[in-house]
Design a protein around this ligand. Sequence first.
Ligand code: BGC
Length: 911
Amino acid sequence: MKYIIGSLIAFMFLCGNLHGQVLSVKELSCEHKINPVGLGVSQPRLSWKLEAEGRGVMQTAYEIRVATEPTFAPVQMVWSSGKVMSDASVLQPYSGEALKSGQRYYWQVRVWDNKGKVSPWSLTSYWEMGLINASDWSAKWIEREGDTLRYAPSPYFRKEFLIDRQIAKAVVYVTSHGFYEMHLNGKKVGDEVLTPGWTAYGKRLQYQAYDVTTMLTVGKNAVGAVLGDGWYRGTLAWGDKWAIYGKRLGLLMQLQITYADGTEVRVVTDESWKTNQNGAIVMNDIYNGETYDATKKLIGWDIPEYDDSLWQPVRIGHYPFNLVASEGLPIRKLEEIKPVSIFRSPKGSLLVDMGQNMVGWVRLNVAGAQGTKIVLRHAEVLDKYGELYTDNLRSAKCQLTYTLAGTGEEVYEPRFTFMGFRYVEVIGFPDTLTTDDITGIVVCSDMQQTGSFECSDSLLNQLQHNIVWGQKGNFVDIPTDCPQRDERLGWTGDAQAFCRTAAFNFDVSAFFTKWLKDIALEQCLNGSIPHVIPNVLDPQGSSTTTPSAGWGDVAVIAPWTMYTVYGDKGLLERQYPSMKAWVEYIREKAGDGLIWKGGSIFGDWLFYRAPMKKHTQPDGHTDHDFIATAFYAYSTRLLAESAKELGKHEDAAFYGDLYAKIRNVFMHEYITPAGRIGTNSQTSYVLALMFDLVSDNQRDASAKFLVEDIRSRGNHLSTGFLGTPFLCHVLSNIGYTDVAYDLLLQKTYPSWLYPVTMGATTIWERWDGLKPDSTFQDAGMNSFNHYAYGAIGDWMYRVVAGLETQTPGYRQLLLQPHPTKKMIYATATFDSPYGKTLSGWERKDGKVIVHVVVPANAKAKVVIPVGDTLAVTENGRKLLEINEVSNIQKTADETIFEIGSGSYDFEYDEP
Ligand code: BGC
């Protein structure tokens, strides 16, 4: 009987499968993370995605259960939501009893759908709380007496302890002043690097939590850590500054062990630890590299019974409590790259080409005589003679020096530095260097890839590749301007320009959750926003920081963008006071005149300037007060929208009204009756049109002036950091998508593809970093890995492929591909909060096929660029005949309709 029932269930399951009847829940996440350990959120929010075959599937109800053990037995249950009649599947708050520090919580969810099905309980996920109260900490800061010097050797700390019973669980909570690498019984703890990451250290410092249950043994154990200068003490910002946060490195660690019998013990950093500074890491610095003398390696320092009799006692440091659980994404070694060639330069240098401008470091495999010294110099490019070019690194040395121990095969990787490079010069290698001896280790925040863009144009595909690599190289815990020279700072304008593109390529929800909090914390008392976050240019956070429009506006634009992409209202609510304070700062500065005079320092940074001999061509200069006032209007409008979303009705009305007033003044001040805008630069038109600062009856005329300018330059742009991200959007919004395509596909300078034709593998800081004659732009400002101009990626996803959202979080998609005869196909995918989404088009045999995929529990509006609704078919069926298609409408040149989840291929004759 049992067998028959079993077979019957299997049969029913199979039938369900065959008929697209299966409903399940997948990809559970907690506060944007999968199974986080060391969570610092008191009411975590839970998300899941539906897996459903067939079309038009919506969730109608869900049930969540949470327990302290994965068996979900009644005594272990801490919360059950019961069956909640709701289609919400993103960021639903845990609403059970108060959560306990260090406790792991297991959870499952099941859902009901609109087809009458119920899913099985999902696979079990968990989150584990960190140490949420200051009183949970009994560890003390330990430091090394006298360790206050620049470029000092790395200090080591160690302690041994006994475990006398079987362990049920052990978790270590650790952080440091400077970088730490923690060890337990001879092994590195965890796979994160450059820990504890970078926050506004003066205000908050992240700790990491690692489950180390399997790393401990009954008997003697050894725990230890080695520290590096990092962002805390190392060189930071130009001008040879160092020790911005402090001169003393320090370690804080708390190991909590729960025995099988339920008793608990702690091993914490305190007076009982010992320290040494005579190890192999002789010097380490983010900008300048690492010097490692393997003859000084402390062998066995991290295992029990090591003779530490010559080690010194530690000193205890006293600091105000500022610890927070890790919010961002762990930084990890994510990829390994093999060199594409090893060769001698004309002058005889031994050079390695990694084939990709990358960020991280190399691993060296070497054997040779004791004391042999190898120097590795890193650079992004070669000069026109084929020699390593390091001038653009400015003062950053980006150099590794390794002295061999002479013990046979040696493997070296630095740990407290990182470099942005494609080429490595190897000096002093004791043998013939082969590709087996050197490996590129790509280091960045461990972001889940969520998007892809691909098309029939190989140069555009390379551009997309370059954008992605620009992001990988510059998302190392904070969004940086560049990863190689003496800067690598959280420049706000760059992040503002690029954040929407970033959020297509990778899941940056947790990454920005963290960084946005630092923005709010570093905001000056008067609401001004520093140029870089964390604010190392003015670490005391004085209220006199003069902001720059388009940079400071990150405080409004980035939270709004994250809300748009992830639908995270909590984030918007949390950032709201900071957003408002920024707008209030400008309101105070602009006064009743509503023109923000002196509000822009950087202008439309790095816009195209005509060379002297071409002085007949206007350069792309845009008036600074114009820029400042345009961004004032934009941030005010986004603030009003945010207030509306958050139900702050008074603010919504007030800032909506303020926006309308700024708009009026702006039009009066900057737009001529004929529709000329500002300095007549492309960026003038772009900002005014993008921020809706042009009246309806002037829009067409202004649009024509913009297009005229682009055409007069032979389809070239002239925009800088502020105009570029919006340029193609504006063109497609005003009906000139063809002009936008001409710009996008332009191969000569200035354009997005010019660097691609010059062999770029990342996005350049300047349109002409490397000139056609192979000379370089000014070395003082010439990074080959700056993501800002990569903001075009957003237009490629949203307009070329047509993958857009109508509502925050991609609940209601807007799929509106823009086919062009200049290409054969283009497709974008995006793993939205609801699941895999696709939008794209393909021209084939006189037809255009529009491919779209809508995840379960989401809907889409589809816009097909053909005015005849009857001309659009799917599998030979007219739209009207397709069940899941509804609300069909048309305009002169578009067919618009709605669809539910599923995969569709619409087709029409190519006009
Ligand atoms: C950075 C930029 C930044 C700019 C401000 C530069 O040094 O690299 O990307 O936005 O300064 O103008």
